[in-house]
Design a binder for this molecule. Structure first.
Ligand code: CS2
Length: 478
């Protein structure tokens, strides 16, 4: 059946447990991608029955045919979509999510977006815009005011096009109208995502108007959160498969693992949904949780995916079924990561490791290696830096880290259509150079360049040679 309403869904499909017609929007979300749909929306969905004031309005910022098509699909389905949650055992559960109540394409209706953001009923503005989306200059660590779109917004602040322009203009209107500020909540997989968001939005606000910036600083909040749920890319073949299994005709279905976690600081400017009822953990400090997630799960995801790409594997469970790759990733976790990590209360690192391995081996997910390996340049920095620095400082064995870097660089050189969206011309040139040294100058490795990298770099070069001459498997550390 066409997914236009949640009345009489096929049997086995779980419908919203609240009256969809009577919920009211309280959250505006930028970046309605699969991760948001399977994570934040999934949590909010479960608490609307307790507090109906937190439905979500999605906003897309990019113009173009693809965005228009997506917006049309949301409208056609009254913003409903189905989520299939799959467990490693193969069990799955399908539910229709109803908490997304509208989808606005900002380039088509900028004023509607500003009105929604300025409405005092909007009390949280959340976002999943990826790391690059925060427009932080890697070399200075500050908000990049030289960005063309930001420059344009600063010239015409009342007609913005960037997320910073929209949010700050709305905050200006709220202040002038005597309304409260909202919470600016990042749900991106970054360390200290709230601190990054604070830097970005205040960086823009200060450049626009210092007084307004002070008001935002005093009144808005930027909670940090650790987010986790593996959410594969949905191809048309997957859409067909999901619909066949659910009995729905959903143009926007998605699949995710049954595992999900959100650890959040309880720092909200004007209230929040009762997310603890859906399992969100509220803590004073998310740092240790972030480190465990990023340094164990995400770091081993790329440690597996870079060589697996070269070996021709498609999905992460296939990579993990390769005994050599599995041994390498387990050794990386046991010897390089766990000894230098601090576990937050209630978490054992060995238990976390076992759960990560079990999550990766979930075949029903068919999680694409290309999804994980793409944008490796940012991921290497975010996911590996701490572990690399610890190894260099403690002078421990760097062979597994060197192997990961060597595989990454060989992948960049030999998989030309590999997506590195943030690479500029100079980086492309370094990455594709035939010699072994040039690529070591890539900015991805800047974060540990101040330490003694002689041995590490020599090992990377040695392993790149082995990969080229004898293949990846021969380069996997014993
Ligand atoms: C993956 C993540 O793309 C990646 O880097 O490691 O998308 C991962 O699936 C999520 O962080 C899981 O929460």
């Amino acid at each position: 059946m066409t997914l236009k309403s949640v009345d009489s869904l096929p049997s086995g499909v779980v419908a919203p447990d609240y009256d969809v017609a009577s919920v009211r929007p309280g959250i505006v979300h930028f970046g309605v991608g699969n991760f948001f749909r399977a994570h934040e929306a999934f949590y909010v969905e479960q608490v609307l029955k307790d507090d109906p004031n937190w439905a979500i309005i999605g906003v897309g910022l990019t113009a173009g045919e693809r965005s228009e098509r997506k917006a049309a699909q949301y409208k056609a389905q009254n913003c409903f979509y189905s989520l299939t949650e799959t467990a490693p055992s193969g069990d799955s559960k399908v539910r229709v999510i109803g908490c997304l109540r509208d989808y606005l394409l900002a380039p088509d209706s900028p004023e509607a977006v500003l009105e929604r953001l300025s409405d005092p009923a909007t009390r949280i503005v959340s976002m999943t815009i990826t790391e690059g989306g925060y427009n932080i200059d890697e070399s200075t660590g500050e908000f990049d005011l030289t960005n063309d779109a930001v420059q344009q917004d600063l010239k015409t602040p009342e007609r913005p096009s960037t997320i910073f322009g929209y949010v700050v203009e709305a905050l200006r209107r709220r202040r002038d109208a005597g309304h409260k500020a909202f919470t600016i909540m990042s749900a991106d997989n970054l360390r200290h995502n709230g601190t990054v968001a604070r830097k970005a939005f205040l960086g823009y606000a200060k450049a626009r108007d210092a007084e307004l910036a002070s008001w935002v600083e005093a009144n808005a909040t930027f909670p940090n959160g650790m987010v986790d749920r593996i959410t594969p890319t949905v191809s048309s073949a997957v859409i067909e498969k999901l619909n066949k299994a659910s009995g729905l005709e959903d143009d926007l279905p998605l699949v995710a693992e049954d595992f999900h976690q959100w650890v959040l600081e309880d720092s909200f400017a004007d209230g929040r949904p009762p997310l603890e009822k859906a399992g969100v953990q509220f803590v004073d400090d998310v740092t240790d949780y972030e480190h465990v997630k990023i340094r164990m799960l995400n770091a081993s995801h790329i440690m597996l995916s870079f060589p697996a790409t070269l070996m021709g594997y498609e999905n992460i469970d296939q990579a993990l079924a390769d005994e050599d790759l599995r041994r390498n990733v387990e050794a990386f976790l046991n010897k390089d990561v766990i000894p230098t990590l601090h576990a937050p209360p209630g978490v054992t690192l060995e238990g976390y490791r076992d759960s990560v391995i079990s999550r990766f081996s979930n075949p029903a997910m068919a999680d694409q290696i290309l999804r994980i390996a793409s944008d490796g340049s940012s991921k290497v920095q975010v996911f590996w830096t701490e572990t690399v620095r610890q190894a260099l400082e403690r002078k421990t064995d760097v062979s597994r880290i060197a192997f990961g870097i060597a595989a990454y660089l060989e992948m960049l050189r030999t998989v030309p259509d590999h997506s590195e969206p943030t690479f500029k011309a100079k980086q492309k040139e370094l990455a594709s150079a035939e010699d072994y040294e040039s690529a070591l100058k890539l900015p991805s490795f800047d974060a540990w360049r101040d330490l003694d990298t002689t041995e590490l770099n020599a090992k990377v070069i040695e392993l790149r040679k082995v990969i080229r001459e004898k293949g990846v498997r021969a380069a996997i550390p014993a």
